[in-house]
Design a protein around this ligand. Structure first.
Ligand SMILES: C[S@@+](CC[C@H](N)C(=O)[O-])C[C@H]1O[C@@H](n2cnc3c(N)ncnc32)[C@H](O)[C@@H]1O
Length: 232
């Protein structure tokens, strides 16, 4: 039996769990070291949002910072992740479930979060509020979320934040104006399109198809703007 008082036992247990989680992601996020379909689609959306002007971008759950190498030089990249692979001044290692999202008090033109909100447990709404507070007045938030209602669901044991797309969107609307919400791709099985032709088509098609999208969308993208201040 443990000799430690209960509080200390709990604290030690928590520290071990955190350590394991960071160890897990340190290996797992290496799977995202190369540009992939969803990242390429996000790059296009980001470049449109940037419109060639100098701007700052925060990538939440940046993994190996693959996106950094895909963006043009006018987009000044910052990243946060629980497991940073190559430390650099613009990359911050932090557990966003525990620590507030932020980077040296900078306010961002674009915040991007891809493939991370499925892993944030019960703190989603708080994280949206923090991101809303980091955006410049005309800033945009670009976020992806898995379609847990897919007809052939590919659930992953590490997911800790599971809800319907409608629930995810509703929570976004509490903190942002949701300008666009569309499937990143459709597929009969829940993985990104593998064939070059379907990939090329999906890359350009941002359509919500009634009846079909709810069952075949692999995941969704939302493009949100900072909520305008309430009148009066
Ligand atoms: C599915 S990967 C996506 C990586 C990258 N955004 C992409 O799409 O290529 C999820 C990322 O979230 C990070 N992550 C998971 N939980 C986190 C947490 N609590 N705090 C910060 N980062 C976390 C992981 O280390 C990993 O890099």
């Amino acid at each position: 039996m443990s000799q430690l008082p209960d509080g200390q036992t709990a604290a030690a247990g928590q520290a071990a769990a955190d350590h394991t989680r960071q160890d897990f992601w340190r290996k797992e996020n290496l799977n995202f070291s190369k540009p992939h379909y969803r990242l390429e689609k996000a790059r296009r959306i980001i470049e449109k949002a940037a419109g060639g002007r100098e701007c700052t971008l925060l990538d939440v759950g940046c993994g190996p910072a693959t996106l950094m190498h895909m963006l043009p030089p006018n987009v000044h990249y910052y990243g946060i992740d629980i497991a940073i692979q190559r430390p650099a001044p613009n990359l911050l290692e932090a557990d966003i479930v525990k620590a507030p999202i932020g980077f040296n008090g900078i306010r961002f033109d674009i915040v991007h979060a891809q493939g991370i909100f499925e892993y944030v447990g019960d703190v989603q709404s708080r994280k949206f509020a923090e991101i809303a507070g980091l955006l410049k007045d005309d800033g945009v938030f670009i976020v992806s979320y898995w379609n847990f209602s897919h007809r052939n669901p590919q659930d992953y044991f590490a997911h800790t934040n599971i809800q319907t797309i409608a629930e995810f969107r509703d929570d976004l609307s509490r903190h942002f104006t949701v300008d666009r919400f569309f499937p990143a791709s459709h597929n009969f099985h829940q993985h990104w399109p593998g064939h070059k032709l379907t990939q090329a088509i999906s890359m350009h098609v941002n359509l919500n198809i009634p009846v079909i999208s709810p069952r075949l969308a692999v995941e969704y993208f939302a493009c949100c703007s900072a909520r305008p201040p309430r009148a009066g």
